[in-house]
Design a protein around this ligand. Structure first.
Ligand SMILES: [Zn+2]
Length: 329
């Protein structure tokens, strides 16, 4: 009796399609490609600065001219976009260097525009990198004042658009900011500049290493008064819906790995491009375990990024972007 007879003729054998690498490649449903990737970068004052961020190996705080060279390499790797975060020379309660036309991010945007790279420039818009208290907006008592903050975010968005940002990406989670930024941009003639809204951004411990990178940890309290509560799916969809009503062109879920269900729910419900932020903590965990020889970094990295894509993300903001692009055929 051969195997087919013992198990019954016509047995379904999915293993036929896993027999060799070529076959597996042919039937592969999800692929990572360089066009999916957005590289986050940190710009700081000074010249010749390239300071590695301790919990994010291979990522640096860079002064403007170093950043331009970095972006040249990123563009050469075929990555379509970078997102810029600023580390200002000084901070104050109003985060005023966040909307200063001479601030680090506008300087970087102008230098990058001048370099005319084949690269989209996304400007993250928030105040937490620029406020001395580390919260994402201006305070009234110990609370972030929503509407006063939104007015400043509009100002920052206009400064970034003027300096050459191709996409404006508000990450603060204030109510109504997408609509106000859209109106502000349109009034100044920036009708063609899209908004990538951090629509569902959760109050997450996965942001730890970033706060070290951007020197933006809150001095007191936490961000639960404006960022979302991790258990909530319906609330995430409502946040996304409001941002779309207000004019968001691309929506984002952040973090990615612990929120794949949110990414899937958003993909199933909305038609616009969907981004997911593979955040610093997700990156640092992989790096740290790999450094100890506990995991295979490249396989784990690719498995994580594929899971984010499979969940439904079109775009992935990731500190792995350069490494991944280098390894792609
Ligand atoms: Zn913030």
């Amino acid at each position: 009796m051969n195997a087919d007879e013992s198990l019954g003729m016509g047995l379904k054998r999915p293993r036929r399609l896993r027999g060799c690498g070529l076959m597996r490649r042919m039937v592969q449903e999800t692929r990572l490609c360089r066009e999916d990737l957005i590289m986050p970068l940190f710009v700081c004052p000074g010249r010749g600065v390239r300071q590695e961020i301790p919990a994010m190996p291979g990522n640096f705080q860079m002064s403007v001219e170093v950043l331009v060279e970095e972006c040249r390499q990123i563009a050469d790797l075929g990555i379509p976009a970078v997102i810029l975060f600023g580390i200002p020379p000084s901070k104050d309660p109003q985060g005023s260097s966040g909307y200063d036309p001479q601030g680090v991010v506008p300087q970087a945007l102008r230098a990058l525009k001048e370099a005319a790279l084949d690269l989209l420039l996304i400007a993250d818009v928030c105040l937490c990198e620029y406020t001395d208290h580390g919260h994402c907006g201006v305070l009234r008592g110990e609370e972030v004042d929503n509407d006063q903050t939104v007015a400043l975010l509009v100002q920052a968005s206009l400064v970034y658009a003027q300096a050459g940002a191709d996409i404006i990406a508000p990450s603060d989670m204030m109510d109504g900011r997408v609509g106000q930024i859209r109106r502000g941009l349109d009034r100044q003639g920036w009708t063609h500049v899209p908004i990538l809204a951090y629509a569902a951004k959760f109050a997450s411990a996965f942001y730890g290493p970033f706060r070290q990178a951007a020197e933006s940890a809150p001095r007191f309290g936490d961000r639960r008064g404006y960022q979302m509560d991790p258990p909530n799916v319906r609330e995430a969809l409502r946040e996304i819906e409001l941002d779309l009503e207000e004019g968001a062109d691309i929506i984002m879920v952040k973090p990615a790995l612990a929120y794949l269900d949110i990414i899937r729910a958003a993909r199933d419900r909305y038609l616009v491009p969907l981004a997911a932020y593979n955040v610093s903590g997700e990156f640092a965990m992989v790096k740290a375990a790999a450094e100890r020889g506990w995991i295979d970094e490249i396989r784990i990295r690719d498995e994580i990024l594929l899971s984010i894509k499979r969940a439904g993300a079109d775009l992935i903001l990731t500190y792995f972007a350069k490494d991944v692009a280098r390894g792609l055929p």
